[in-house]
Design a protein around this ligand. Structure first.
Ligand SMILES: [Zn+2]
Ligand SMILES: [Zn+2]
Length: 92
């Protein structure tokens, strides 16, 4: 299987940097810390970088990455019902 990485463009680097500031998701008035790539991704065959969004181990995924885990239930965040009415909280 071929690994497809997002293009290493300055624009993508910016999105990766932005994702580090998107620290929490807000659901029903409660802020949950977003799970980083790595320790919180059980069962994932860990590589140095997420093969969905290219962040390093310990960094938060770019919003919408298929490999991000849900901050509430730990399942796949993308499409998780917990996050249907969520808002991303960005650090100031
Ligand atoms: Zn990712
Ligand atoms: Zn969930």
């Amino acid at each position: 299987m071929t690994e497809i990485y997002p293009p290493a463009t300055p624009e993508w680097a910016e999105r990766m940097a932005q994702a580090q500031l998107d620290t929490h998701v807000l659901v029903n008035g409660h802020a949950y810390p977003r799970l980083a790539y790595g320790p919180d991704s059980p069962g994932l065959n860990l590589r140095a970088r997420c093969y969905g969004c290219y962040v390093l181990i310990g960094q938060r995924h770019v919003i919408g990455c298929m490999h991000e885990r849900c901050a509430i239930c730990g399942e796949q965040a993308y499409g998780c019902p917990c996050l249907t009415d969520s808002e991303v909280v960005t650090a100031q």
